[in-house]
Design a protein around this ligand. Structure first.
Ligand SMILES: NC(=O)C1=CN([C@@H]2O[C@H](COP(=O)(O)OP(=O)(O)OC[C@H]3O[C@@H](n4cnc5c(N)ncnc54)[C@H](O)[C@@H]3O)[C@@H](O)[C@H]2O)C=CC1
Ligand SMILES: CC(=O)C(=O)O
Ligand SMILES: [Mg+2]
Length: 473
């Protein structure tokens, strides 16, 4: 399925407009084609023409062509260039490294660099834990991918994964002040990935694994967790699971149901689906049914994928078999972490009263909100252009902020549950409604609440190396 821009495209049209043609003709041409003018800038003026940049919102690629065509047909208007603002924001990448102190003279130079730096190196050599005090390690996270499960786009390779990893690094910094580095590996080999991450770990306070396909992601994370003494967190598993649980904790309040009574269908039993199932079971949900491409994960059946064997032992207590329809009939909740368009209105009509649907595949959800709305009580997607955005960005900045603050050795189950409860609590009960079950990504209270809850949970469970550092806000 092509990537649809359901929220439209924002274009900058560079136009050469003859002085014989009034700007009103530009506005009319764009308006007649259904484009929405957002801004107009004058770039250059000559005696017989003016160059203007006109920012226009359109629905999709075909609509863009209609707007450009409409302009090109007008005498005196020439379309010089059409740029997509999403591509413009990516030009040259989205992040950079900045120095904290200026180096203005030889004296500065001799402190930040040789010879002064050598004494600092020696101090760390004598006591490696000093790296947390004297280097960026206390605040750095490596965002590591092999490009094999990038959003829902699949195995598109390490270079193509870089814009997503840069985006994660940007969000780490903006929301939590964490310095994150995108690291895209040109290997899919599990042993090699483990060895590389171990080798680069000295420079980091945490490792955020991202968009590594299942089932390799489970082994990679498990081995790194065992072998490193800094948090290793596969965001697509645990970040997603935490935010789903947060959304569900609030959604059930609205429909008057309890977690232990729910029947939950999880579609897409990969990284996110497995972790989401695990966190729901730890939070008290008893009846989860997994569905993947070949249908329901059957109770106690043997699968080639080792994690599906675990899944088959811990889910589907009623022993259902068959396709998505067989799983979803009578279900209270559908959680989609699979791919675009999996869910049809007839599936929703077969659910129990007040269906809760989290259609979280990116960039195109399992069902588009316009199609689902008539049949559901509560709907959430992973996207920023609809209400109820359930996206792991609500979790990863705060969870790492909290873990780094207390120099946690790992991010454990208690820390994840604490994060989910903290996110859910950011929506006060009196504001809770069908369109607002999860706080906005831009709600500044979220990172503070999550980092505090996570730091406290780290101290409580004995994985913190700095107990006094729990934030007081
Ligand atoms: N909203 C959010 O915060 C997040 C959303 N996601 C989305 O969830 C999806 C899965 O991500 P990962 O678990 O990391 O990928 P993954 O590759 O580990 O797992 C995907 C699973 O979905 C299954 N699947 C694919 N198409 C299916 C279909 N038509 N019917 C049933 N099963 C199907 C695959 O067989 C696989 O088992 C992606 O679209 C991703 O963008 C993932 C993480 C966070
Ligand atoms: C949001 C995210 O991490 C994903 O779709 O993979
Ligand atoms: Mg991801």
């Amino acid at each position: 399925m092509a990537i649809q821009q359901t929220n439209g495209l924002s274009l900058i049209l560079r136009l050469k407009i003859s002085t014989d043609a009034a700007f009103s003709q530009v506005a009319t041409a764009i308006g007649e084609a259904g484009g929405d003018i957002i801004a107009v800038d004058v770039i250059h003026v000559e005696k017989d023409y003016v160059i203007r940049d006109v920012t226009v919102n359109v629905h999709n690629d075909a609509h863009r062509e209609r707007v450009v065509e409409s302009l090109a047909q007008r005498p005196g208007i020439e379309v010089i260039n059409v740029s997509d603002r999403t591509f413009l924001v990516h030009l040259g990448g989205k992040i950079e490294v900045q120095a904290k102190t200026p180096v203005k003279n030889r004296d500065d130079l001799s402190r930040v660099y040789t010879p002064g730096v050598a004494r600092v190196c020696q101090a760390i050599h004598e006591d490696p834990s000093k790296a947390f005090q004297l280097t960026i390690k206390r605040n750095t996270v490596a965002v590591v991918t092999d490009g094999t499960a990038v959003l829902g786009l699949g195995d598109i390779g390490p270079e193509a994964a870089l814009p997503v990893m840069e985006g994660k690094a940007m969000l780490f910094k903006q929301f939590a002040g964490v310095d994150a580095f995108p690291i895209c590996l040109n290997t899919k080999d599990t042993d090699e990935i483990v060895a590389i991450v171990k080798a680069i770990a000295p420079g980091f306070g945490g490792i955020n694994l991202e968009d590594i396909s299942s089932p390799r992601c489970f082994e990679i994370e498990q081995r790194l967790r065992e072998e490193l003494d800094i948090p290793v967190f596969h965001d697509d598993q645990h970040g997603t699971a935490v935010v789903i649980l947060a959304g569900l904790l609030n959604a059930v309040k609205l429909v008057g149901k309890r977690l232990p009574d729910l029947r939950v269908v999880v579609c897409g039993i990969g990284a996110a689906g497995v972790a989401c199932t695990k966190i729901l079971l730890s939070a008290g949900v008893k009846n989860v049914i997994g569905v993947d491409r070949a249908g329901i994960i059957e109770r106690d059946r043997a699968y080639e994928n080792p994690i599906w064997n675990w899944y088959a032992r811990h889910t589907n207590p009623e022993g259902r078999r068959g396709d998505l329809m067989a799983a979803i009939t009578g279900a209270d909740v559908f959680i989609g972490v699979s791919g675009p368009g999996v869910l049809k209105p007839e599936h929703l009509q077969a659910m129990a009263r007040d269906p809760i649907v989290f259609a979280m595949a990116n960039p195109i959800p399992e069902i588009l909100p316009e199609e689902a709305e008539p049949y559901v009580r509560i709907l959430a997607t992973g996207r920023s252009d609809y209400p109820n955005q359930i996206n792991n960005v609500l979790c990863f900045p705060g969870i790492f902020r909290g873990a780094l603050r207390v120099r946690a050795r790992e991010i454990n189950e208690e820390m994840k549950l604490a994060a989910a409860e903290a996110i859910a609590a950011c929506v006060p009960e009196h504001q809770l409604n069908e369109q607002y079950i999860i706080p906005s990504v831009f709600n500044e209270a979220v990172v503070k609440a999550v980092s505090r809850a996570v730091a406290e949970a780290a101290v409580r469970t004995g994985v913190a190396r700095r107990e006094h550092a729990v934030p007081s806000y």
